[in-house]
Design a protein around this ligand. Structure first.
Ligand SMILES: Cc1ncc(COP(=O)(O)O)c(C=O)c1O
Length: 410
């Protein structure tokens, strides 16, 4: 397990943590929005543009061959990281949002009128709206699973809602508001026992940087995540899908690098993954992401998970002592690196306004989960989300300033 010395070493990799505002060093607790970037990423992005910048597949010149090699290498590295069966199952997108939108378009032909899609009230807007739009277009029913008192989805309700019309179930792996980890293996077993053909999508935006992922073991059909949430660059996302399903689905966009041949009235598309990657993809980010996975593997994702849970439990203990703090999910056992709370009688906007004066970055508001906030009848939350560089000292400083702000505003 990590000791202070190791965390200090990890922190030294992140130059932004040395920046100051009002003479206060940055305390960054907004990792669920995006994570900070280690020196290796910044170095490798620069290195790519100094040495390899070129387009992939098409040009057949020296540097283009190098870029193509690195893109395929990155697919392999990601395949190993999430334990996919083949690197052909790894598709590059812009992010989780684009991956889910892509799926909602390429899967549209599996549905007949009145079929049903199940999601949950815990979902981020990007795992709600694409399905709402599809349901409107194809006249389908969108079913929302509610949550239990542990801020997890109710298995009883899941069982009750699966029927002959259920074609697709899309769920978050970890709640971006409460940090609740859904028991996906069990959920998949229940779904597949009822009907093997139901397509299962897992939104891994909040799990990829915090818990080990094994798509084979989870037995899901699709897994999506954003690279910027695991210490990588912005503008790059991953869509994992089972090869046998992907090769039978139509492309999402049309253009260069995704065709075998083009006739006057017809075109012939490549197989997965290229058929889903029309145009020029984010090559520099893909190249640099190889080094991020190496960086994470060296630290070890299991160690990260154990450490971040300790930070969460430490924070919860502090919060539970304070009667002004409304902590969401205090009975929640299956947690990851996120905590949501509010302060009695004080607007979360005001708290965040003052935290910024001390250079403490957390998030306030709806957390892109408008429906969940409506369901809980609250006007947003304050959200802390930890990453590998956070430490107990930062938590204590944050808590000290939080108490000061509460006093000031009360
Ligand atoms: C659970 C979840 N899904 C999807 C997303 C959307 O990710 P992105 O904005 O990188 O596409 C987020 C972002 O916060 C998220 O937390």
């Amino acid at each position: 397990m990590f000791v202070n010395k190791e965390i200090k070493k990890i922190r030294d990799n992140f130059p932004i943590l040395k920046t100051k505002y009002n003479n206060y060093p940055l305390i960054y607790f907004d990792n669920a929005s995006t994570t900070q970037k280690p020196k290796i990423l910044i170095k490798k992005l620069k290195y790519y543009y100094y040495n390899y910048n070129s387009n992939i597949y098409r040009s057949n010149n020296n540097i283009s061959k190098k870029s193509t090699f690195f893109v395929e290498k990155c697919r392999k590295v990601i395949k190993n990281f999430i334990n996919a069966s083949s690197s052909k199952e790894i598709i590059f997108t812009k992010g989780t949002t684009e991956s889910i939108n892509l799926l909602s378009i390429i899967l549209k032909n599996i549905f007949n009128k009145n079929d049903e899609i199940i999601i949950s009230i815990l979902e981020h807007n990007s795992n709600i709206i694409p399905w709402q739009i599809l349901c409107k277009k194809k006249k389908l029913k969108l079913i929302f699973l509610k949550i239990n008192n542990k801020y997890n989805i109710s298995i009883k309700q899941l069982k009750k809602n699966i029927n002959k019309k259920t074609k697709l179930i899309s769920l978050t792996h970890i709640s971006n508001v409460f940090g609740t980890v859904l028991p996906i293996k069990n959920i998949v077993k229940i779904i597949k026992n009822k009907n093997k053909k139901i397509i299962i999508i897992l939104d891994g935006a909040q799990s990829i940087a915090h818990i080990p992922i094994d798509v084979k073991d989870l037995n899901i059909d699709f897994f999506v995540f954003s690279v910027h949430k695991i210490y990588g660059p912005t503008g790059l996302g991953i869509l994992y899908g089972k090869k046998k399903i992907l090769n039978n689905l139509p492309p999402y966009q049309y253009g260069g690098s995704m065709v075998n041949d083009v006739l006057y009235n017809k075109s012939f598309f490549l197989k997965t993954p290229n058929r889903f990657e029309a145009g020029t993809i984010n090559i520099s980010s893909i190249y640099s992401f190889i080094y991020i996975i190496n960086f994470i593997n060296k630290i070890n994702i299991n160690n990260i998970n154990i450490y971040e849970k300790k930070l969460v439990n430490y924070t919860k203990k502090l919060f539970l002592k304070n009667k002004n703090i409304i902590l969401y999910g205090k009975n929640n056992i299956n947690i990851s690196s996120i905590i949501s709370f509010n302060i009695k009688n004080i607007n979360n906007i005001d708290i965040n306004y003052f935290l910024n004066k001390y250079n403490i970055s957390i998030r306030n508001g709806y957390n892109c989960s408008h429906l969940l906030m409506k369901y809980l009848k609250i006007n947003g939350t304050l959200r802390i989300s930890y990453g590998i560089y956070n430490n107990y000292e930062e938590i204590e400083k944050f808590y000290f300033f939080l108490l000061k702000i509460i006093k000031l505003l009360n």
